[in-house]
Design a protein around this ligand. Structure first.
Ligand code: HPA
Ligand code: MG
Length: 224
């Protein structure tokens, strides 16, 4: 299975000004800049779809979408794979989709724990070629824990496609098989990536600013 190279966004990347693109008014004050405009996200996913298609060839694929952050990436990726299925006369990849949900973040700090809070019966993964579709690999610990769980259900293969990989000094060194962009160590939102459930309704991947972090911070109630 290929380990495709990411597009590397360097640490010094200033991003794009909000005034050059369309951003919902309700987030205008909350974003530092646009790191990856939605058009570039789509173009990159088109290529990831091709790489996955060529890697899997004729075998059926079970896409396992990691909700909620992976939902847009998963839909766009599968759309593009199914477009290839229609246009390639000789090769096609039958795809089915399954969903799981993990929780590992509150504010922007990792709690170090993953909780599976939803999803189908994972025993259906037995013998399948699984494609885990994730929005972001941060330290890599969550994905490694998830892979440990998934392998227990005896799938035939597991591939991981992550739209983003963050450059973290705390990284375990884990790399997905397919990766869209390697990004600087900044908290990003948009394209289904959230900050306390906000910003999923933003098309571009943006860097949140202090105002946004403050405005949408989780306030801990006494006794809860
Ligand atoms: N944004 C949203 N969710 C995340 C991030 C991020 O930068 N890193 C890990 N989970
Ligand atoms: Mg995620």
């Amino acid at each position: 299975m290929v380990n495709s190279q990411c597009i590397e966004i360097p640490d010094g990347h200033k991003g794009y000004s909000l005034s050059n693109f369309c951003v919902p008014k309700h987030y205008e004050e909350d974003l530092e800049n646009i790191m990856i405009p939605s058009g570039l996200i789509q173009d990159r996913i088109e290529r990831l779809a091709r790489d996955i298609f060529q890697d899997v060839k004729d075998e059926p694929l079970t896409a396992l979408c990691v909700l909620k952050g992976g939902y847009r990436f998963c839909t766009d990726l599968l759309d593009k794979i199914t477009t290839l299925n229609r246009s390639h006369g000789s090769v096609s990849v039958p795809v089915n989709v399954d969903f799981i949900r993990l929780k590992s973040y509150e504010n922007d700090e990792s709690t170090g724990e993953i909780h599976v809070v939803g999803g189908d019966n994972l025993s259906s993964l037995q013998g399948q070629n699984v494609l885990v579709v994730e929005d972001i690999i941060d330290t890599g610990r969550t994905m490694q824990k998830l892979l440990g769980i998934l392998w227990k259900y005896n799938p035939k293969t597991i591939r991981v496609a992550s739209l983003l990989v963050k450059r973290r000094t705390e990284s375990t060194g884990y790399r997905p098989n397919f990766c869209g962009f390697e990004i600087p160590d900044k908290f990003v939102v948009g394209y289904a990536l959230d900050y306390n459930e906000y910003f999923r309704d933003l098309n571009h991947i943006c860097v949140i600013n202090e105002n946004g972090k403050h405005k949408y911070a989780v306030t801990k109630q006494n006794g809860s």
